[in-house]
Ligand binder design. Structure first.
Ligand SMILES: [Mn+2]
Length: 432
């Protein structure tokens, strides 16, 4: 039994100083919402029941293709990553599951399961990695330099398919029920690859992966418009992702990584379309200004995040069948990753609660009447509402911290692990 990394006393001590102000803020917001006919406790219950998975690769300091500046006490392997993920969930109470990246996180499944159980964590979708070579893996001697699932060489495709099957097998042993596939396949020069044949080969490989899925599993195809390939990407947008999911059948869905679009693309509309097609599988949340920046969710454009959740809430019961997987995928280059992930999970819950506040009857009426200004104002009224007291109460009631970043800093966790974990050299940082 591993002890939880943060003691209850640290959280209680932190909450003691903030409890009175939090209670007053919650009561004031409750009164305000009651005037709109909204029951604050019902909202709090929904917020408390909403969870998002953290990426194992997110707890290490990220980097760019230029440089990586390691942080203090970085986790040296998956077991220390799980400790850090436990801290995030202990304080924020919004992230009970971790999404693994294989082979970065490959380990004995029984040990992974035991460690996660002891920390009160579970596992979300598995991620297979065929966008870099794995020279230490005897099962992957061939290079992915010119692609993986869409490679011209059948032997490389076979190896990439086998890696995905091994990732499913590990996931099955630790309680995951989904596989996310993002490939770096593409080309850097016009003419380098046959755009049609490359996609055919990708589809053929994905069909072999889908055919091997256990009954209760789903596979998510994740699109990305560019990078690492700069001229063409095999699964470049949601259209190609939807074609993939439709060809693969009932177990295949599309995953929307917010950063994998051109600037200004209307992502919430893509979400609405995928819901209509019955093919929205999940999200990789992050934020961006220029491209796949992998910045903290909600840090640049919280309104866009709100609009995505507005579509999810609007979908209502249609979403019950889809059960989209909510995951964070971001890279922390200049912050303590634990702090960024706590804050990002809270921003995601915030967008969800704000979307719940939209007066949908009024909105539908304004839309029917073509009252553009009042339709916009209906959304903005929800977005302008400061729902932090609801989010704090959800955390507090679940045993978390009213102010999780402050409690984290007070805990001294980073200093403690800094003394135990020597500075890492290299390691899988990641932008996916
Ligand atoms: Mn992603």
């Amino acid at each position: 039994m591993t002890a939880l990394p943060i003691t209850t006393a640290v959280i209680e001590r932190s909450n003691e100083t903030l409890a009175a102000a939090q209670a007053a803020d919650y009561a004031a917001l409750g009164e305000k919402l009651a005037r709109r006919g909204v029951d604050i406790d019902a909202l709090t219950a929904k917020a408390a029941a909403f969870f998002v998975a953290v990426p194992s690769w997110g707890v290490g300091t990220g980097g760019t293709r230029f440089a990586r500046f390691p942080g203090v006490g970085e986790p040296r392997g998956i077991f220390e990553k799980l400790d850090d993920c436990a801290v995030i969930h202990q304080l924020g109470r919004a992230t009970p599951r971790v999404s693994l990246h294989i082979p970065w996180d490959a380990a004995d499944p029984a040990e992974l399961k035991a460690k996660a159980d002891s920390l009160g964590l579970g596992f979300d979708a598995m991620n297979s990695n065929t966008f870099q070579d794995h020279p230490k893996d005897p099962r992957q001697p061939l290079s992915y330099k010119y692609g993986s699932l869409s490679h011209t060489d059948r032997a490389v495709r076979d190896q990439a398919v086998e890696h995905n099957l091994a990732t499913i097998e590990l996931g099955r042993a630790i309680g995951s029920t989904a596989l996310t596939v993002w490939v770096g396949d593409g080309s850097n020069f016009a003419g380098q690859a046959d755009l049609g044949r490359a996609f055919d080969r990708y589809l053929d490989s994905m069909k072999r992966i889908a055919a091997a899925l256990p009954d209760d599993w789903r596979v998510f195809s994740e699109h990305k418009m560019y990078e690492p390939a700069f001229y063409s990407t095999v699964v470049q947008d949601w259209g190609t992702s939807l074609m993939t999911a439709q060809e693969l059948g009932a177990k295949a869905f599309c995953l929307v990584d917010l950063g994998h679009h051109a600037p200004n693309v209307n992502i919430e509309q893509i979400v609405a379309r995928l819901i209509r097609a019955g093919k929205l599988g999940g999200f990789h949340f992050n934020d961006s200004r220029y491209g796949d920046d992998d910045l903290d969710t909600g840090s640049i454009d919280p309104f866009r995040l709100f609009l995505v959740f507005n579509e999810l809430v609007e979908a209502g019961e249609r979403l019950d069948a889809l059960r989209p997987a909510h995951m964070i995928d971001q890279s922390h280059n200049v912050t303590d990753p634990i702090e960024s992930l706590i804050r990002s999970a809270n921003e995601i819950r915030r967008a969800y609660v704000q979307a719940l506040l939209v007066d949908r009857v009024a909105l539908a009426g304004f839309q029917e009447e073509n009252d553009a200004l009042m339709a916009s104002e209906t959304l903005k009224q929800a977005f302008r509402t400061d729902v932090e007291p609801i989010l704090a109460k959800a955390r507090q009631d679940a045993g978390g911290a009213i102010d999780p970043i402050r409690a984290y800093r007070d805990s001294g966790y980073r200093r403690t692990v800094g003394a135990k974990r020597p500075a890492a050299v290299g390691g899988g940082g990641g932008i996916v």
